[in-house]
Design a binder for this molecule. Sequence first.
Ligand code: C6P
Length: 406
Amino acid sequence: MSFDIDKIRKDFPALNQEVYGKPLVYLDNAATSQKPQVVIDSISNYYSTINSNVHRGVHYLSQKATDQFEEARKNIQAYINATFSHEVIITKGATDSINMVASSFGKQYLKEGDEVIISALEHHANIVPWQMICASLKAELKVIPLNPDLTISLDAFKKMLNKKTKIVAISHISNALGIVNPVNEIIKIAHENAIPVLLDGAQGIVHSTIDVQELDCDFYCFSSHKFYGPMGVGILYGKEKWLNQMPPYQTGGEMIKSVSFEKTTFNDLPYKFETGTPNVADVIGFNKAVQYIQSIGMGQIIKYEEDLLAYANSKLSAISGVHIIAPNAPRAGVVSFNLDNIHPYDAGTIIDKFGVAVRTGNHCAQPVMDLLNIPGTIRASFAFYNTKDEVDRLAEAIITVQKMFG
Ligand code: C6P
């Protein structure tokens, strides 16, 4: 399929509306993306035709639902190039996936005095689960500092590794600032020391092609809703060798092989990590989203988004009083900035009145804001359906805000 932006925009019904009497400019895609009609239809079709529980019934509808649910797993496996479909665990989202690894890997491999490494750029979802498991096991959470350009310091990282380091958990692409982390180098260095690496791919899956075998990461976590699919679904990819050894995260139905009051035996992968009735409709909807992205091609999407981001960078940095955060770091999908003497919350509230949706605040990455000594930023986060005209609308809104604040 050729990259026809007008046609693509028509695929997303929510884009075609006015807010405050102005055409919506949706630049809050890192918070959640809009959904193409094919995804919305697939959810409605599921409930109106094959709604049924999965893996539980021999009847026609249950088998149809199970087939489509498992087809989703297989297609996602192919999309991220996992070796086995049972390495693809269906979760509620990136946060759930990271909690699953922190809790389960932690119980199996962490003990008092061990160390877990994260970076100073992380989202709370890749800080707090590690903090909790470390606190409960008396392990230590170590944080890789940043270089002056706000990229992760690989020199510092190398020096932090030692025999006590049990896992490294890093975002692929930062959500707050859009920085693309040097994950290939991090994985290589960690593996030279026989340490596994988890990548928080909540933003990475959206703005890059993911081949988990080529990356050689041990875990890769992401959410459907940021990748044009429905909310409430996510993926944990894990290498079989780890998942097999890790204990179940939660317990209940689906994850068991047999139960008696004396003893329970656990199911095989991937079901060992999947408890209770899953969100079948939305898993099927997520598969539709992945297929939709495949039909356009991630290569074309990345190229388009790079061009759009370069335009946004030059347009916004040309406005006096706009300060882009991490202007010289490699970035994808996000321009995070502040305005001289205007609180980001005030700016965002007024920008909204121009029909332009941006996110303001710490973007669930408070430690990096504290490091920068700022209360937060104004964040424009892009999708492949955004346009240069929309960037111009953002720029006009910013200039008006500056005029209002004199
Ligand atoms: N970031 C943002 O506005 P969930 O909420 O589980 O789908 O994703 C959590 C998460 C984890 N890691 C990163 C890098 C993320 O960006 C997010 C979600 C949204 O930036 C909502 S806070």
